[in-house]
Design a protein around this ligand. Structure first.
Ligand SMILES: NC(=O)c1ccc[n+]([C@@H]2O[C@H](COP(=O)([O-])OP(=O)(O)OC[C@H]3O[C@@H](n4cnc5c(N)ncnc54)[C@H](O)[C@@H]3O)[C@@H](O)[C@H]2O)c1
Length: 251
């Protein structure tokens, strides 16, 4: 990737899954990476594994819904590595109680709004000013669920749509100051957490409906993050990128 090596970036929700695979890929590209996660020990284990492969990476505690915690991870990144070039706002959660619009409790709804919207706004609040001097890239992880029209997880789908609006706002407001903002919409991605719920029958069914004839892997998303963080994506701003093997086809 052109203009990626030497950059400095944060991955929020980087302890496992897509975030961890992205950290690994970016370190292979010569990026200095900070992973932030509420699962502090898992984040440190991931960083340790990537360091043992030669990656330059730091793990820090992050509670994405807490303004002070977001401010602190950005300040620490700038202090440690000398700046910030991109922030991959990737964390998500609160889906267990996210049943349907009639049954969801207010508590579950508030929890989802905090994790899946507020955290991204707080990340933006502190990351954009930190990147203003030399330009930078906000990369938000949404989901195919934002547009799929599922019969469950209404809060998750609503909050993912909200990220699209946030990303377009950032692109419009600060684009001319050198800030890019894009959204990635993964389809089903076989993280370890997803894979344990999959039977062979499920997998065969999914493959039958996937034009690309295989299951999505965390590395498929990591590749797009690497592109969006790089100078190859200098003219890419305010867009939503679907990575799903063709399961959903959208303009
Ligand atoms: N795996 C999929 O099939 C899939 C599909 C579509 C979208 N996505 C999106 O991709 C992103 C990553 O998903 P994943 O599958 O790797 O999930 P994951 O649950 O494995 O990873 C999410 C990470 O976010 C962290 N996190 C949650 N709340 C946090 C908080 N308040 N503060 C700090 N960290 C917090 C978790 O600890 C976890 O490490 C999410 O935004 C998810 O919605 C995943």
């Amino acid at each position: 990737m052109r203009g990626l090596s030497g950059k400095i970036g944060i991955i929020a929700g980087g302890a496992r899954g897509i975030g961890a695979a992205t950290a690994e890929r970016l370190c292979q590209e010569g990026v200095k990476v900070v992973i932030g996660d509420i699962l502090e020990d898992e984040a440190e284990a991931t960083a340790e594994r990537i360091r043992s492969q030669g990656g330059e990476i730091t793990a820090l505690f992050l509670n994405g819904t807490d303004a002070a915690s977001q401010e602190a991870i950005i300040a620490k990144t700038v202090e440690t590595y000398g700046g910030l070039d991109f922030y991959h706002s990737n964390l998500a959660g609160g889906t267990t109680e996210d049943t349907n619009a009639v049954d969801i409790s207010e508590e579950a709804l508030d929890n989802s709004l905090a994790i899946n919207i507020k955290s991204h706004v707080l990340a933006t609040r502190y990351a954009v000013p930190a990147m203003m001097e030399r330009g930078g890239s906000m990369i938000y992880t949404s989901s195919g669920s934002a547009s799929a029209g599922e019969n469950q997880r209404p809060a998750y789908a609503m909050t993912k749509n909200a990220i699209h609006a946030l990303s377009r706002h950032v692109a419009r407001k600060w684009g001319q100051k050198g800030i890019r903002a894009n959204v990635i919409c993964p389809g089903l991605i076989m993280t370890e957490a997803v894979a344990i719920h999959m039977t062979d029958k499920h997998i065969e069914g999914i493959k039958r409906h996937t034009p690309s004839t295989r299951l999505g892997q965390p590395e498929d998303i990591a590749g797009l993050v690497a592109f969006l963080a790089s100078d190859d994506a200098q003219f890419v701003n305010g867009q939503a990128w679907h990575v799903n093997g063709g399961v959903i086809m959208r303009d």
